[in-house]
Ligand binder design. Sequence first.
Ligand code: G3P
Ligand code: CA
Length: 269
Amino acid sequence: AASQSSFPAPEQKIVNVAHRGASGHAPEHTMLAYELGLKMKADYIEIDLQMTKDGTLIAMHDTTVNRTTNGKGAVKDLTIEEIKSLDAGSWFNTRNPGKAKEEYVGLEVPTLEEIFQRFGRSTNYYIETKSPALYPGMEETLLELMDAYKLTGVNGRSSNVIIQSFHPDSLLIINEMNPNIPLVQLISTPLLGEAAEAQLNSIKQYAIGVGPNLNRINQDYVERVRNNGLHIHPYTVNTEENMRKALDLGVTGIFTDYPDLFDQVIKDF
Ligand code: G3P
Ligand code: CA
């Protein structure tokens, strides 16, 4: 069943999504990055999900811990205990000397449950099922946690969570389990022009919106998405110029590493 009629109403405010937390300022997918995102007035914190060997959902973009921790290996081959022993902040200081802070040293990889415990219903979460083929059952585990922390809502509008994925199969599993959960289909290369219509028509059967790459869309595409009653939240919009471009195109929200900058740009718009 489609849920696009519910959350959020298209006339509502343009949403500011803190991509991996305020990841332009602090190490992505750490509690500090999420806290900073919310301090910077983001409406949602974006969380990429991976699942450990022993079935715990964690916040991490890559399928391995190599880039964002001091460890090595695939998440699916590591236990939560092993992942919790890693330093998920020091890499940021090395990569961004101008933004380095002592407090980032030794930050842990958060589990999804710890994030829900920390913020509860005080914010909204924009959660991505990453590599779902590697992690059978990740959708069920995600929905169980959302229910346990009362984030599911009784309809799309009251849900504290939007679930996004590049993988339609993963979104369809979720839609089958609970058609009220708002879903967003990520698309790296959307079909443009008339060809967009069939793709959008299929997406709107289960999703409330699309998340395309900003570099691959145009005015015509945004109009077609909106005319289909769908939201459009392009990624990843980090410069003032691109933020203005996205707003001029008529998007209903963006993913950004700099929610503070977008908050300013929206005010002037
Ligand atoms: O989820 C939107 C955007 O984050 C998709 O790209 O690679 O940053 O997850 P990625
Ligand atoms: Ca993502």
